[in-house]
Structures are given as structure tokens and as C-alpha cells.
Ligand binder design. Structure first.
Ligand code: SF4
Length: 476
């Protein structure tokens, strides 16, 4: 089966080729970072991070900042969950966490004092809206005290919202507190599926929040969906897609459920008998691509779709799209400062990750230290490959000349074995390689992870040595 989807623009933005997907589907990274987080090492710590920021200051770095704040709490467990979260109904835990989080924000704020302004903020979790309206107001005031924020027009300030935890009034309040983008967790509107994953969320509840967000003039509303969940089938997926399209969110993320119960404990409560077959999953994916692009959504890449007038679609057309830990972004050259348990910062040529448990987090901050437990300093090869993977993921093409201008290499010599591997994908019709460009075809777009994996030196080494653990999700 081959489905070519035609959005409102003249060119199709993606093509689904079931035979090719079947042939090439394998586990692989999502490349929210390169090197991927499983390559971080405990040899990199707090002092290395300080050194990286000091280097930025010496160089007079003018990159805008992107802030990420992690709120790990949720009231109830969703069985498919792969996030770093803490299930609790004890609100005192959140109050304690927030007092430590504010201390960490202050430490980071002092480090970046006088450097560039924040153009992006994202609150993720867990459930950021687990904390009360008053706690959120206090947190936002604190962030604005320690960082200089761009105005509402320039900045992209987003929050993940669980519709089960907010009212229409809260949505208005969040807008006043400074958020201009909402990302709503839906996954599926079907009650059978919702019951199977322990996330009962009436459709009217979600639609009421979308209506309230529109009235409060949020710039963008995004909906998260998952395919491959227990109880899902093509018919239920078609009904959910109809409802989503009627709701007209600006962006839609459609994730492939990765059943990895040995890595994510809550998934052990999912009945594997209820999981759709591999064939049914492919049918659901084909259907979703066709329905969404027929409805005018543009395929951005990986799991993301956006309306043509959304900033993401415009940024992609203009070659300004970027990819970071929150997925695709319109703010290219930002340094990311991340606060909260397990959060990952990306400053200069380093990545650094915070500790994962509350105990370790509180211990480090009590010592007046940033709670960084591991990370990596990129060498030139890493930086080069990161750029290549970024360009391919965001623009679906790579100018070989631009790489040779920026780096002291001859592309064909430096990437001789990679080009050889890429030629195999060229024979499958996924890429076109010539002397000046590597271009991902519309058939290759859906398999972009496979294409990027060719340039992932760490992964290729691990595959050669057969030391690659089974921890990535399926590429499709
Ligand atoms: S999916 Fe989201 S709301 Fe559900 S348990 Fe995980 S983090 Fe919490």
C-alpha cells in the first residue's frame, strides 16, 4: 500500500510506503540530542557545566536562552507512561519541590546574569498543572526575577496541560501568567482505549479547554495522540482523528507507543493481548497521515504535523526549524537551561543531566550545587554530526558545501562509509545524493530516523560491537 498525502500546499509533504516501512522498521533514537542521552557519562559533572558557561561568558555568547522546567508530579498513573514522574496525591511534596526548584532557578539565573534573554520557556512533566494556580504564579514571577524574558510576541512560552487537572478559568490564568502555547495530552478519545491505559478523559473536557484557550488568545494549541495503544483499531482511530480535526489544533503530535515494560514499569499493567498487531499499527499510521494531510496539516517530521500558518510549518519552509529535547522548535541557536529532576541542559557544546530522584536533587541543592549527575562535552566530530542530523531532521536536506565551508573536511572522504550506507537507502528511494546535496525524498521523510542513524557514530560503533541495548523505540 502506498499513500501519497496531499496537503493544501501543492507538493505532498510525506508518502507512506507500507512495504518500505516494514522493511526498515527497527529500534532507533529520536535525536532530540546528538549524542543521545544514553552516551552521557558521570565523568561530566557540575564543575564541567560551570566551565562551559564561563566559556560562553568569555566568548560573549549572544545566543538566546531556552528554559525548561520539569514538574514531576501526577495524581494518577497512565499505564503507557515513559516519563520521569512521581505519582502522589500529597500536595505537600510539590510545595517542598518548588522551594528547591526555585533555589536551582536562582543558581542558574546568577550564572547567566547579564547574558542573553529567554526566548523560549517550556514547562513539562509529569503534570505541570499539578501545582496550584498560586504556586504557578509564584514560580513564573520567580523565573522572571532571575531571567530576562523576550516579550509575548517574540517569545514562545509553552506548558503541557492535562485537561483533567485544569478548568477554563485556570487556562485564562495561565495565559495571564505568561504562557502563549498549550500542549494538551489526549492520546485517544475512545473510552475503551482510555480505560485500558487508565486515563479516563471525557471528550467534552478536552474540547472545553481548547475553547477556553482560543478565547484567551493562545498563539498555538497542540494535541498529543498515540497510536499502538491497547484496544485501538483503525475504526477507533478514524473516529478519534475526526474529532481532533474538528477541534482544529494548530499542531498535532502522533506518537508511536513503544511497549518496553522492562524499562518502564507502569507498562507492565498493559495487557499485551490487547495491543494492536504490527499490521494494524501500520494501517493506523497510514490512515492518520492521510486524514491529517487531507485536512490541510503539513508533515513537519518525525511525529509532528502543523497547520500551514503555524510557526513550525513557516519555520520549516524558511529553513529555520530546530530540534531539541521538547521536539521541533522555531528558535534555532538557543542554549537550553533546564531545571528540575532529570532535566537536560544543552549549553555551548555540552549536555548535562540532573539527578533523577527527589532525595538526590534536594541533597545537591542543600549543598548549594547544581544537581548535575552526568553529561558530555562534544568533540568536533560530535558537533559536526549533530549539525548534519539536525539539518536532515528539520529541513529534509543537507548542503554538502555548507558543511565543507564550516568544517575543515572533505565530505566525501570524511563520511566515506556513511555515504556507502546511504547509497543503500538511495536504492530504496529514500534519499537522493549528488555532489552538492543530500535530499530526503517524500518517501524517506517518514523514515528520517533510519537516515540519521547512518551518521550516528556512537550507534554505529555499538552496533558493530553488538553492545547496543534494546532501549530505543521503533523508528516507525
Ligand atoms: S502520561 Fe503524563 S499524566 Fe500520565 S502518568 Fe505519565 S506524566 Fe503523568
Amino acid at each position: 500500500m502506498v499513500v501519497s498525502a496531499m496537503p493544501m500546499v501543492a507538493e505532498p509533504s510525506v508518502e507512506f510506503d507500507a512495504q518500505m516501512v516494514r522493511k526498515l522498521s527497527q529500534s532507533g533514537p529520536r535525536y532530540t540530542s546528538y549524542p543521545t542521552a544514553d552516551r552521557f557519562s558521570e565523568d561530566f559533572g557540575y564543575r564541567d557545566y560551570l566551565q562551559a558557561v564561563a566559556g560562553m561568558r568569555t566568548r560573549g555568547s549572544r545566543n538566546p536562552l531556552s528554559l525548561y522546567v520539569h514538574i514531576p508530579f501526577c495524581e494518577n498513573i497512565c499505564y503507557y507512561c515513559a516519563c520521569n514522574k512521581i505519582i502522589t496525591k500529597n500536595r505537600d511534596k510539590a510545595a517542598t519541590y518548588l522551594s528547591y526548584l526555585k533555589h536551582e532557578i536562582e543558581m542558574q539565573g546568577r550564572l547567566f546574569d547579564g547574558m542573553n534573554q529567554v526566548e523560549q520557556l517550556h514547562l513539562g512533566g509529569g503534570t505541570p498543572t499539578y501545582i496550584s494556580d498560586a504556586q504557578m504564579a509564584d514560580l513564573m514571577t520567580h523565573l522572571q526575577r532571575w531571567f530576562r524574558f523576550a516579550d509575548d510576541e517574540t517569545g514562545e512560552y509553552s506548558i503541557e496541560v492535562d485537561p483533567r487537572t485544569v478548568s477554563a478559568e485556570r487556562v485564562v490564568s495561565l495565559r495571564k501568567q505568561g504562557f502563549n502555547r498549550l500542549s494538551l495530552g489526549v492520546q485517544d478519545f475512545d473510552t475503551v482505549v482510555q480505560r485500558a491505559v487508565n486515563r479516563l478523559q471525557p471528550e467534552t473536557m478536552t474540547l472545553d479547554i481548547i475553547r477556553a484557550a482560543r478565547e484567551a488568545h493562545y498563539r498555538s494549541i497542540s494535541i498529543d495522540l498515540i497510536y499502538g495503544l491497547p484496544g485501538q483499531n483503525v475504526i477507533s482511530m478514524a473516529q478519534t482523528l475526526n474529532k481532533v480535526i474538528r477541534a482544529e489544533p494548530d499542531r498535532i503530535s502522533l506518537y508511536n507507543y513503544a511497549h518496553l515494560p522492562h524499562v518502564f514499569k507502569p507498562q507492565r499493567r498493559i495487557d499485551v493481548q490487547e495491543l494492536p498487531s504490527a499490521e494494524a499499527r501500520l494501517d493506523m499510521l497510514a490512515l492518520a497521515i492521510r486524514r491529517l494531510t487531507d485536512a490541510g496539516y503539513v508533515y513537519i517530521g518525525m511525529d509532528h504535523f502543523a497547520l500551514p500558518d503555524d510557526d513550525l510549518a513557516i519555520a520549516q519552509q524558511q529553513g529555520r526549524l530546530h530540534r531539541n529535547f521538547q521536539g521541533y522548535s522555531t528558535h534555532a541557536e538557543s542554549d537550553m537551561v533546564a531545571c528540575g529532576v532529570s532535566a537536560i541542559s544543552s549549553v555551548a557544546s555540552t549536555y548535562s543531566q540532573n539527578v533523577k530522584t527527589l532525595e538526590e536533587y534536594y541533597d545537591a541543592i542543600d549543598k548549594n550545587e547544581l544537581p548535575i549527575v552526568r553529561g558530555i562535552r562534544l568533540n568536533m566530530d560530535d558537533v559536526l554530526r549533530r549539525l548534519i542530523i539536525q539539518r536532515l531532521m528539520c529541513n529534509f536536506e543537507l548542503s554538502i558545501a555548507s558543511i565543507e565551508t564550516a568544517y575543515p573536511i572533505t565530505f566525501g572522504d570524511y563520511f566515506e562509509s556513511e555515504l556507502e550506507n546511504l547509497r543503500r537507502l538511495e536504492r530504496d528511494g529514500l534519499v537522493i545524493i549528488d555532489d552538492e546535496w543530500i535530499t530526503v525524498t517524500i518517501k524517506g521523510r517518514l523514515l528520517i530516523r533510519n537516515i540519521c542513524m547512518v551518521f550516528d557514530r556512537h550507534l554505529q560503533n555499538a552496533l558493530l560491537q553488538q553492545t547496543q541495548p534494546q532501549r530505543y523505540s521503533s523508528t516507525i
